[in-house]
Design a protein around this ligand. Structure first.
Ligand SMILES: [Zn+2]
Length: 369
């Protein structure tokens, strides 16, 4: 990995140090293999004074500015196949990739992004799209005294790189007029183009990203489903309705030039950044996910409790029923015993009556004789 690493630099140089401007120029020259004169020329053109001593903590910034001015991207290339594959996967699904103003000047992240994404753009014949309006905003920022010095310097030099990239066919600069702010231009452009194209917007602006998520939802609800012939539908799988859904996605650029996508949680309506996945923009956030899981567990506990109570009730009823049946059986048994005794008594009485009748008949017969 041969890219600049400011954090390592500060770790090695914890205190602010000043150095002779010649030393700074010399160091940049040797690292970039450029003549010192070109380094001095580039820095002077950005208004960096060489009369005073230069702050060594700005060394990475000066190197970045020089690289940007001369379109040198090699120091930012990350030689990591997994990373390259991830970038390719992230970008291959989009027809158009737009870059907003802030990611262009936020640290050196755009330098890392373009350096590593260049082969992907070439291989897949894609271009980054930057609005003329964004270029105007950069122009405004370079003269804005309220902004930090590094922001002003980057805003001054990035347009040079962007125009150079446009000449190389890696960037397309689109003119959408100059009225209003770039955010509104992007949204109105996506409203039109999002019906036919899959769009990725790279922006650091959370509010704009949320607008993009809402726009995708609206576009996919009101999408006009084209009419295809029976044979087209039969033989071309990509005409199936779910594939007609369009992607209009917003990502922010992070350190190292990688992307994080903005999602909106449909439960709490908060937005959050996460890995760029192939899905819709409304995805439940981790906090709501755990809340729901907890609610689900609680619901399960209550259901189990209710089920147990029901079981106890059923068992009790069963016992009561059993008791009633036992009692009935007992009564029935007692009744049948009583009946049997009564019948036996009747039989005995009948036998006694018959015997008495026979005895009386015999006595009568004897007496008559
Ligand atoms: Zn949530």
């Amino acid at each position: 990995m041969s890219r600049f690493n400011r954090s390592n630099y500060f770790a090695r140089n914890p205190r602010r140090r000043v150095a002779q401007s010649d030393d700074v120029v010399n160091q940049i020259s040797s690292e970039l293999c450029l003549p010192e004169q070109k380094i001095t020329q580039a820095l002077r053109s950005m208004g960096i004074s060489f009369h005073d001593k230069l702050d060594m903590s700005d060394l990475a910034l000066y190197k970045e500015l020089v690289c940007c001015k001369y379109g040198i991207l090699k120091p930012y290339v990350i030689e990591d196949e997994v990373f390259k594959q991830e970038l390719d996967n992230q970008l291959k699904g989009f027809d158009e990739v737009y870059v907003d103003t802030a990611p262009l000047i936020h640290e050196d992240w755009f330098m890392s992004f373009i350096a590593n994404v260049e082969p992907v753009l070439r291989r897949r014949r894609k271009k980054l799209v930057i609005l003329e309006k964004t270029m105007e905003e950069l122009h405004g920022l370079k003269n804005n005294s309220e902004k930090d010095r590094d922001v002003r310097l980057r805003a001054q030099v990035r347009p040079i790189l962007i125009r150079a990239l446009a000449k190389k066919g890696l960037v397309k600069i689109v003119d959408t007029g100059s009225i209003g702010i770039a955010d509104d231009h992007l949204i109105s452009l996506f409203r039109k183009r999002g019906k036919q194209k899959d769009i990725l917007l790279i922006t650091q602006d959370r509010e704009l990203s949320e607008r993009v998520v809402l726009l995708q939802e609206k576009l996919n609800k009101n999408i006009e489903i084209p009419h295809y012939s029976f044979f087209d539908r039969l033989f071309k799988r990509h005409f199936i309705d779910e594939d007609i859904k369009r992607k209009v996605i917003a990502c922010k650029l992070i350190e190292g030039g990688t992307l994080l996508r903005l999602y909106v949680c449909p439960r709490c309506l908060d937005s959050y950044y996460d890995k760029l996945e192939e899905c819709e923009g409304f995805v439940i956030c981790s906090s709501c996910y755990y809340d729901l899981k907890e609610e689900e567990t609680l619901k399960k506990v209550l259901e189990d409790k209710k089920e147990k109570e029901n079981e106890v009730k059923i068992e009790k009823k069963r016992e009561e029923l059993f008791e009633i049946l036992t009692e009935k059986e007992k009564v029935k048994n007692q009744t049948s015993v009583g009946r049997r005794l009564k019948r036996r008594r009747r039989i005995i009485r009948a036998i006694i009556a018959i015997v008495l009748f026979i005895i009386l008949a015999i006595l009568y017969y004897i007496l008559l004789k």
